[in-house]
Design a protein around this ligand. Structure first.
Ligand code: ADP
Ligand code: F6P
Length: 320
């Protein structure tokens, strides 16, 4: 393989730049030309690509976001859009592509691989919701950001003897909510994967801890559940604890990546190019039990990931 592309797709995640850097540097030192594709699959369809060199990726390892920009590209899912992307690859001599993104982006990578453009997927999403991976690039940074933000909310919540209901990201996955909830000592954690009852899991728990002298409360709610304003009103009316709702929003997706995200992203970017150099495509690079491994994309997309019930139980038992 003499010429490859690299793109970032879907929601951005801190550490994507470190992954891009690793891909570009590994390709360059192995004599492979590497092209940065702008704005995900849009760039591939529109021929928006630029050759990158060792120096193109200087001073990005510590930056959040993605220097290649990201996009969601509905047109790429159509037969016509896909064909345009393939035509661009052929006309520009791109023989393989590293796709950094989530499950949706991997579906695109699988389809491109099927049509003769070998692709390697790297898991980049703050949600940590990719089934074949214990860990995704961006998760650690996001968890630390949530922890820092909630610690600030806690200061003021404590000063006023209030309850703070805090929504964290994760439209369909509760990993961020569950683990950040443990990290901040939330009284209750509501996630889409585990059935909940507001009376039992929020109000009653607050009442129980009130009896032991607790006067301020943090409730973490995953984005996929939503309704934090209504929940705050209900808590206030049922417990008489003054309650405020906070939606942390996109602040969670930005910021300088943590050491963990930089290291994992660097390892994964390196592995992706090594796979392409062996002529291997249609693979996802994953982390399992602290090892970097790879899976067939078809198999990876068939897998399912479940919340660790033990983690939920720990959160429940010790936040009393
Ligand atoms: P993520 O990669 O973070 O899961 P999306 O689900 O938004 O994000 O997917 C990113 C992009 O991947 C989409 O905009 C689309 O271009 C491409 N994509 C998503 N699903 C498919 C699919 N089933 N087939 C082909 N391409 C897809
Ligand atoms: O990247 C994943 C994610 O941050 C989800 O947690 C969230 O639901 C979604 O993306 C929000 O995406 P956007 O606001 O960019 O459409």
């Amino acid at each position: 393989m003499k010429k490859i592309g690299v793109l970032t797709s879907g929601g951005d995640a801190p550490g994507m730049n470190a992954a891009i850097r690793a891909v570009v540097r590994t390709a360059c030192v192995n004599g492979i030309e590497v092209y940065g594709v702008k704005r995900g699959y849009n760039g591939l369809m529109n021929g928006d690509l630029e050759q990158m060199t060792l120096r193109s990726v200087s001073d990005i390892i510590h930056r959040g976001g993605t220097m290649l920009y990201s996009a969601r590209s509905p047109e790429f899912k159509t037969e016509e859009g896909m064909q345009r992307a393939i035509d661009v690859c052929h006309s520009r001599g791109i023989e393989g592509v590293v796709v950094i993104g989530g499950d949706g982006s991997f579906r695109g990578a699988r389809d491109l691989s099927l049509r003769g453009i070998p692709c390697i997927g790297l898991p980049g999403t703050i949600d940590n919701d990719i089934a074949c991976c214990d860990y995704t690039i961006g998760y650690d940074t996001c968890m630390n950001t949530i922890m820092q933000m909630v610690d600030r909310v806690r200061d003021t919540s404590e000063s006023h003897d209030r309850c703070s209901v805090i929504e964290v990201m994760g439209r369909s996955a509760g990993y961020l909510a569950l683990n950040s909830g443990i990290a901040v000592g939330a009284t209750s954690i509501l996630i889409p994967e585990i059935e909940y009852d507001i009376e039992r899991d929020v109000i009653e728990r607050m009442r129980r801890t009130q009896k032991t002298g607790k006067r301020h409360f943090i409730i973490i709610v995953a984005e996929g559940i939503g309704g934090v304003e209504e929940l705050a009103k209900r808590i206030e009316s049922e417990t008489s604890v003054e309650t405020r709702a906070v939606v942390l929003g996109h602040v969670q997706r930005g910021g300088s990546p943590t050491a963990r995200d930089r290291v994992v992203a660097s390892q994964m970017g390196y592995s992706a190019v090594k796979l392409l150099m062996q002529g291997v495509g249609n693979r996802v690079v994953a982390m399992q039990n602290d090892q970097i491994i790879d899976y067939d994309i078809f198999d990876a997309l068939q897998m399912s990931k479940t919340i660790n019930n033990e983690h939920y139980k720990i959160a429940y038992d010790i936040s009393i």
